[in-house]
Ligand binder design. Structure first.
Ligand SMILES: [Zn+2]
Length: 288
């Protein structure tokens, strides 16, 4: 029997227009400013939407950006970023010295994503080590967008209760933020370089306890962080990995989430990881 309602559902015309409407609405709320002192880097509202779709894909859940209040600022250098922060009363001095960072105003809940990149200086650096001008520019553009994606992921509601100034879920946040960043960059060379910073003794010290975060250098952290999430996907599957992170929005207990989802003791999972990441071939395989 012909059922017009059912026909509609087959072609999803309403869904398509609803989706389009939602995306237009999102474009309205996305606030992005790019420094005039940067060359054309091709990052606009559409790129941010694209980044959001990537994050959705990875986390397996549609993130409603329209209820967020995120301002994205891309600056040509640290000074510009500091001037902007001062205007908005953002205590930049208490935040990381990195060229990409995020801040959530505890009073207004306004969220900020900042990336500062000295384009010309970085371009020269790449050219000095043998990249062509074109390659260097593309590399830098991708790097800026990847920085935005990393910091945006911190804003995801899976972590919103925690910020990342606290020490309570730094490993977990950075693992997923580096993963979305690396996916956005689509280039794993940085990760393989960082691998060189970690030695086997350091790997033995890694646990998911938050207390041991500070004993790792930035490069050593990245070497672990970059591999743990892809390792989980490879060993336990995408759905289970997503499920573990989803549980973090309830509390920041990754050990509890692993135990619950994988029905395995977290120590066992970490031991498995330590065994696997000593094999460089295995590592290259899980980075896609
Ligand atoms: Zn981060």
């Amino acid at each position: 029997m012909f059922n017009p309602e059912k026909e509609d559902n087959i072609f999803f015309p309403e869904n398509i227009s609803a989706k389009k409407e939602k995306e237009d609405e999102l474009k309205e709320v996305i606030k992005i400013s790019v420094s005039e002192n940067l060359p054309e880097i091709g990052i606009d509202k559409e790129s941010i939407l694209e980044a959001k779709r990537k994050i959705d894909d990875i986390l397996g859940e549609e993130w409603d950006l329209s209820i967020e209040n995120i301002q994205i600022g891309i600056f040509a250098n640290r000074e510009e970023m500091e001037d902007f922060a001062q205007e908005k009363s953002i205590p930049l001095d208490k935040l990381t010295k990195d060229s990409a960072l995020f801040y959530i105003n505890p009073n207004t809940q306004e969220k900020y994503v900042f990336v500062a990149k000295d384009f010309e200086k970085n371009k020269r650096m790449f050219e000095d080590i043998g990249y062509s001008e074109n390659e260097s520019v593309n590399f830098l553009k991708k790097g800026i967008l990847a920085g935005v994606v990393h910091e945006m992921t911190h804003m995801h509601h899976f972590f919103e209760k925690h910020g990342n100034q606290e020490t309570d879920n730094l490993w977990e946040q950075e693992m997923i933020c580096n993963y979305t960043e690396n996916k956005a960059k689509g280039d794993t060379s940085k990760i393989l370089v960082e691998w060189g910073y970690i030695n086997e003794k350091k790997i033995e010290e890694f646990t998911l306890e938050h207390g041991n975060w500070d004993s790792f250098s930035k490069e050593e952290k990245n070497a672990v962080i970059d591999y743990f999430y892809p390792f989980l996907i490879k060993e336990y599957g995408l759905d289970a990995t997503r499920e573990i992170w989803k549980k973090l929005q309830l509390n920041s207990d990754i050990n509890g989430a692993i135990r619950e989802v994988l029905e395995t003791e977290p120590e066992e999972v970490v031991a498995n990881f330590k065994g696997k990441i000593k094999d460089r071939g295995y590592l290259q395989n899980i980075l896609v």
